[in-house]
Design a protein around this ligand. Structure first.
Ligand code: GLY
Length: 297
């Protein structure tokens, strides 16, 4: 079948409540990440390469809750979650509760390429990363003052323990209708040691299948896990829903069934995109061949 698909990359910088004064800059960071992802897609020709590149950019940006600037667990440590999946052969790689490495998504990508297992946790993830040539990061180089202050506020009872917002993710579709998704996060502020959220769990925070599409979630991880939210949204696509309608319906279910909040970005295998949130904000960026990149919140 001959197809004419316009390659596209859509990213999010997390659902939450970014203060008014910072919203434009959060969205602009997403726009730049989407542009970087699309550039990689056009160089390397693959949706997988595109989502990894877009998430790297957001992990390196301390404004978001992933990589540098990610939130801290109850002991003040970084314990990082990331996953990447491609929709053609359903190959996937993920790490969870991993000690600091600069770009967790690159370690997840190495897990995918290695192919023996799909998900590595904690010290096992760190060992895998070191075996593949990744250098552990000095925690001081990745922990920001803002992350320390957020943890202090939680531990002193000035803020609710919980979901941090600012998880990052990307979805992409290439000219052949191959899709991919990637997600990276520090999880929740003050989380218990060993807590793993939705982001690295396939079908919860991250999913891709060329038969339907790809999705990355952000929001209350425990609820997103219980609803297998990205798999659910892909099933809605497979049933004929548009990406926007599928994203809206899945987020409505997150709210109505579990009283939880979050957001989704979605692409289908024809390159149509959609997103939805039931939070105050979810910064996003979109880059598509032949049109100016855009962003919003
Ligand atoms: N959605 C990110 C987390 O709960 O870990």
């Amino acid at each position: 079948m001959s197809r004419s698909i316009v390659p596209v990359v859509l990213v999010h910088g997390g659902a939450g409540d970014v203060p008014e004064a910072k919203r434009a800059s959060h969205a602009e960071g997403c726009r730049l990440a989407a542009i970087a992802g699309l550039a990689r897609l056009l160089e390397a020709g693959s949706a997988l390469e595109a989502v990894v590149r877009a998430v790297e950019v957001l992990e390196d940006d301390p404004r978001y809750n992933a990589g540098t600037g990610a939130c801290l667990d109850e002991h003040g440590a970084l314990a990082l979650d990331a996953a990447v999946m491609e929709g053609t052969e359903l190959r996937a790689g993920a790490v969870c509760s991993m000690p600091p490495f600069r770009n967790p998504i690159d370690v997840a990508r190495a897990v995918l390429e290695d192919g023996r297992h799909v998900l590595y946790a904690g010290e096992g993830a760190a060992r895998f990363a070191k075996d593949r040539g990744f250098v552990p990061a000095d925690p001081a180089s990745m922990i920001t003052d803002a992350a320390r202050e957020r943890l202090r506020a939680v531990l002193e009872g000035r803020a609710h323990r919980g979901w941090a917002g600012g998880t990052v993710g990307a979805v992409a579709c290439d000219a052949e209708g191959h899709v991919a998704a990637a997600t990276s996060t520090g999880g929740m502020v003050g989380k218990r040691a060993g807590r793993v959220g939705d982001s690295p769990i396939l079908g919860a925070g991250t999913y891709a299948d060329d038969a339907s599409g790809a999705a990355s979630a952000t929001g209350e991880g425990e609820a997103i896990l219980r609803l297998a939210l990205t798999r659910h949204v892909c099933e809605l696509l497979a049933g004929g829903a548009s990406p926007d309608d599928a994203a809206r319906a899945a987020i409505a279910r997150l709210g109505s069934k579990l009283g939880a909040t979050g957001g989704l970005i979605v692409v289908d295998a024809t390159g149509r995109v959609g997103h939805a949130r039931n939070t105050q904000t979810m910064s996003w960026g979109l880059a598509r061949v032949g049109e100016a990149a855009s962003c919003g919140h």
